[in-house]
Ligand binder design. Structure first.
Ligand SMILES: Nc1nc2c(c(=O)[nH]1)N[C@H]1C(S)=C(S)[C@@H](COP(=O)(O)O)O[C@H]1N2
Ligand SMILES: [Mo]
Length: 427
């Protein structure tokens, strides 16, 4: 073991080889961790691991930037060297483009707390898009250049010359390999293009459909999602709430953007037979409403935006519901109470607001979205909306509110999200 490792003394060729190798590993790790972070259905299973994984992803992202910085001084020399190798030059350009794009959008997403949501929305779009395009490209690049493929190519040549005793030919003693080789020899396309075509086909089949769904969802900002969620709703809440005129008219013009359905449990379903809403704790008069009674409380309509810390937003939602302050007035908050704890009917998710925050004008216990009952997937029949804070405060399937004295940390706050969830750069 030599421990006098000195990067500056390594010869140029070896440096590039090292950077290439490390870069391959870094991209592999980023692809896996990023992929895991992207899957909404396993948020709850991951729990704390999710927050740690995100930090790890960011950390490795910085290593990727470091590799880029180590490479850049040799860019000129390298491209000169690749003069005539169009394919390799093209590959270099693609990979550099991907890494620079991922780095810039990643930095914006990392700094979400200090940047307006419009920035993170854009960054998330490019981070995702580059991944959808880049990872298949990188997989294609790696497979079509695997050493064993190259090796077999030379073996075949040797075999053609009948150099049977050659050491490498042992690899080919396998019957199946021989048959494939023979078949490929007869086939009109070369082994190389056969591999290229099959790898591309597999990638298109494997990744195409999810990519198609993603791009369709992303480019469609007209809320067709909402129609779909409403149609497939699993809640049975009767009677249906009757929208106020402003809600009926959808004064916000219809929500813009797409909700990513997040849950840490199975998506719960509710029926008006058993559903109840309770306000308890440090109150003068504890109250419980069944669905029919709950619908009799007077409601208001507001238009507001919705921002998740992972970078996406949905704009101009027309919410109809009861301002939380109004509900608090109904039960009468005692002097001892300092915080409002919010329980989801999923039995797991909670969050909390200070009393002062809870009494903000736009904090609403919402029942309708864009003139329709809030779909089950988006937290219906009743969800909280806290427009000025990141959406992890907007508890879905809200059923119980408790007035408490001590601060409570919610589901994500326990797992590393900040209790201070104010969105900067809005209002
Ligand atoms: N009960 C419950 N409420 C929740 C969550 C959750 O997982 N469970 N996720 C929160 C987060 S992080 C976000 S971004 C929004 C997502 O709302 P949506 O699923 O309606 O898009 O809900 C918030 N409220
Ligand atoms: Mo979120």
């Amino acid at each position: 073991m030599k421990n006098n490792f000195n990067w500056f003394k390594i010869p140029y060729g070896k440096k590039l080889k090292n950077i290439h190798k490390w870069n391959a590993w870094v991209i592999l790790i980023l692809a896996i961790t990023g992929g895991v972070l992207y899957i909404p259905s396993i948020r709850g299973d991951l729990g704390l691991v999710r927050t740690i994984l995100k930090e790890f992803h960011i950390y490795i992202g910085f290593i990727s930037i470091l590799l880029l910085v180590l490479y850049l001084p040799y860019l000129f020399k390298h491209t000169k060297q690749l003069r005539k190798k169009i394919n390799q030059k093209f590959n270099l350009a693609v990979v550099l483009f991907l890494i620079i794009g991922w780095s810039i959008s990643g930095l914006v997403l990392w700094q979400y707390k200090n940047l307006p949501p419009a920035w993170t929305n854009t960054a998330l779009f490019y981070h995702d898009l580059l991944t959808w395009v880049g990872i298949p490209y990188v997989i294609y690049h790696s497979i079509t250049r695997l050493r064993w493929l190259n090796k077999k190519r030379t073996i075949t040549k040797k075999e053609n010359q009948v150099v049977k005793s050659d050491q490498e030919n042992k690899d080919l003693d396998n019957d199946i390999q021989k048959r494939i080789a023979a078949w490929l020899e007869k086939s009109p396309i070369s082994r190389r293009s056969f591999i290229r075509v099959s790898v591309s086909t597999l990638l298109v089949i494997g990744i195409g459909p999810s990519f198609y769904r993603w791009i369709k969802k992303t480019l469609d900002t007209g809320g067709s999602d909402l129609t779909e969620f409403n149609a497939g709703d699993g809640n049975r809440m009767l009677p249906a709430p009757r929208p106020l005129p402003d809600s009926q008219k959808v004064i916000g013009g219809g929500s813009q953007g797409n909700y990513r359905v997040y849950t840490v449990t199975e998506i719960p379903s509710f029926s008006s037979d058993t559903w109840a809403f309770t306000i308890t704790g440090l109150v003068n008069k504890e109250l419980t409403w069944n669905w029919e009674q709950f619908l009799k409380i007077s409601r208001k309509v507001q238009v507001s935006d919705f921002h998740c810390i992972t970078g996406w937003s949905v704009y101009n939602n027309t919410w109809e519901g009861i301002p939380l302050s109004q509900l608090l007035n109904l039960v009468g908050v005692t002097k001892k109470a300092k915080y409002v704890k919010l329980y989801s009917g999923d039995g797991v998710y909670t969050d909390a607001l200070s009393l002062e925050q809870a009494r903000l004008d736009d904090v609403m216990v919402a029942v309708l979205l864009d003139g329709k009952p809030i779909p089950q997937k988006l937290g219906g029949p009743v969800r909280l909306v806290v427009p000025q804070m990141y959406a992890y405060k907007s508890v879905k399937w809200l059923q119980t509110i408790e007035l408490i004295e001590e601060e409570h940390l919610g589901y994500w706050e326990v797992r590393g999200y900040e209790n201070d969830a104010w969105v900067k750069g809005i209002t």
